[in-house]
Write a protein that binds this ligand. Structure first.
Ligand code: ASP
Length: 324
């Protein structure tokens, strides 16, 4: 059987960095160490390699995400690729993964990976994760499963995965749901089929969406300042099941009156924000004001979705249907 053709896109991150033996600082090297390792994957696939930029992932913006999306679509049309693997810094990896999940209308496997230890550190996980990701991208069963994230022998969906630990190699987890498959020495195995979301058309990333985390005693000032700062929408990480301190209600009302959608997620790590409590600032009260409940997304994913949604329409019903 002929080998599958995989587009390998390097974008930077720890996987492309090395540690300075004297200072201990981890930073980009002149040449991406993963590029010189391309031949290690020749047994699995025929690779086409691109490196549109080399950035630590805190430097990644929605414009870079759009550039990756366009690169994938270009190669699909011009070279008939069978799958895509993207190396990416782990800090914002889940945001790029979810952006691509919502905007790339292709059923070929698209897999993101990274590393927690740079290329010359003891126990470096970069090359291992990269090879695992190429194996997943070559797997027939990976078709039609949405964008996937593969690290540390686990396969996660873009919608559920999140970085849970600052330094541990098993940092990527899908709270509540778990991985949908595993990578073993013997092969790639899927044990769940994910529910897929709709795809959205996106040609520009000019919508500004903020995330505000709630806390005991929070008031309205941060909310009220958003229209002046030209934000188009806001995601609020609410308390518990979806409640906010009463002092924020006035600010929330002000935003909704200014047609700035307010999407609510829970600041809890597990569970779904809902309109349960009837007191001032409780979920019921917020829903009546026009707050949109996010259906289980975390704050950073809800922000990506709201940004993409606002590029389609500013209609409140349209946006709120996206989060159902
Ligand atoms: N700070 C790094 C980045 O996101 C972390 C990593 O890649 O693991 O680029």
């Amino acid at each position: 059987m002929s080998k599958k053709q995989i587009l390998l896109i390097h974008t930077g991150g720890t996987i492309s960095m090395a540690q300075d033996q004297n200072s201990g600082a981890v930073s980009p090297t002149g040449e991406n160490p993963m590029v010189s390792q391309t031949s290690a994957m020749n047994d699995y696939a025929k690779l086409l390699v691109e490196a549109p930029f080399t950035l630590p992932s805190p430097h990644i913006t929605p414009e870079h995400m759009l550039e990756i999306k366009r690169l994938i679509e270009k190669y699909y049309l011009e070279s008939g690729i069978d799958g895509v693997v993207i190396t990416h810094g782990t800090d914002t990896l889940e945001e790029t993964a979810y952006f691509l999940d919502l905007t790339v209308r292709l059923s070929i496997p698209i897999v993101l990976t990274g590393a927690m230890r740079s290329s010359n550190e003891i126990g470096s996980d970069g090359l291992y994760n990269l090879i695992s990701s190429v194996r997943v991208a070559c797997c027939d069963e990976a078709y039609g499963k949405g964008v996937l994230v593969v690290l540390n022998d686990e396969i996660h969906t873009a919608v559920n995965v999140t970085k849970t630990h600052a330094s541990n190699v098993s940092t990527f987890q899908s709270p509540q749901y778990g991985p949908i498959g595993i990578v073993t020495k013997g092969g790639v195995m899927f044990h769940h089929t994910p529910k897929l979301d709709l795809k959205y058309t996106l040609t520009e990333t000019n919508k500004k969406v903020a995330i505000l985390k709630s806390y005991a005693g929070m008031d309205s000032r941060l909310f009220s300042s958003l229209p002046e700062l030209d934000f188009d929408g806001v995601v609020v990480e609410a308390l518990g099941q979806g409640n906010l301190p009463p002092g924020t209600v006035e600010g929330i009302r002000h935003l909704i009156q200014n047609n700035i959608p307010v999407v609510l997620v829970s600041r809890c790590f597990n569970g779904i924000a809902q309109d349960i409590y009837g007191y001032e600032g409780g979920g019921r009260n917020l829903k009546e004001l026009g707050v949109i409940f996010s259906n289980g997304l975390n704050g950073q994913k809800a922000r990506i979705k709201l940004m993409i949604g606002l590029a389609q329409s500013t209609d409140h019903t349209y946006i709120s249907n996206m989060f159902k």
